[in-house]
Design a protein around this ligand. Sequence first.
Ligand code: TXA
Ligand code: MG
Length: 334
Amino acid sequence: MPQHSRNPPDTNRRTERLAPDDAGIARAAALLAAGEVVAMPTETVYGLAADARSGQAVARIYATKERPSFNPLIVHLADPDAAERIAVFDAQARALAQAFWPGPLTLVLPLRKDAGIAPLVTAGLPTVAVRLPAHPVARRLLRAAAMPLAAPSANRSGQISPTRAEHVLDPETGLSGRIAAVLDAGACTVGVESTIVGWNAGQPVLLRPGGLPAEVLAQALGQPLATVGETVGQPTAPGQMSSHYAPRATLRLDAKTPHAGETYIGFGPLPAASLQDPLNLSPTGDLVEAAAALFALLHEADRRGHPIAVAPIPDHGLGKAIRDRLGRAAAPRG
Ligand code: TXA
Ligand code: MG
């Protein structure tokens, strides 16, 4: 019966609908501090927020959305200083932040080493997407929670982005019963997602058109933005395969037992064969824990410099996203 095995969304749970007042914000902040997922209004669309420092909390975002892959997520922050603590800004990035934050603009910048952001947020990438939302309720929540919030749009994978709390709570297409709470602040004013800008060899690139027109950005920068198709070298388009971290080592999937010389990454109890210093995504076979550990373990295995073998991962729930990621990592690259 349970399609999603060990970490099914608790469908008996009622999603709290919180008023955007002091009590509602305090409640949402307390839920976030407890590692829960909460839907929050932003000026663009409702976001599905969780503590960006916690791999497990971020894994719950993916589980809730039933996203079959790990797209990197946007980190929402209360003020520019908080953004500077996790991302490296150059003069252009700082100029855009000064001109358009808070507002519907997301910047993809180098991730600081000491940022403290869970690797699942960036899907293991060396860059991070940061944004300061303008919505007063989002800003109050960010200050009350006092943490960076990872938040994709608060819809199930494949559904359209929600611009009202009713969309988030829709019993057919929404997340009712699957998340702890939604802060209801009525309709979002912008209604489309933020514009995403990144840099490729110093050249600003429009990664996703959105609420802030590209022409306005170009005017502020004094130069046009390249679009993803125009840039040479590494494309970093949202959701594109090449924008994801890939280990250098070869990767063998669905490996029930390790071969000699391989670094083994287990899931659940390890095979009896003698293993040297094996890694484990989750000794108890918990998919939330496995997702939270995935990118750190891939990096660790890669550092060891041997071929990597990964135990079979169940093909349901969060397991689908983990398998998707491993499949990309194992794909031959040219
Ligand atoms: O308006 C918005 O941006 C909304 C609200 C909730 O803030 N959020 C949103 O998130 O649209 P989401 O997850 O639906 O879209 C985030 C996009 C994805 O396409 C992802 O690939 C891209 O941002 N992204 C995030 N980090 C990235 C990175 N390091 N490099 C390239 N693209 C990145
Ligand atoms: Mg989305």
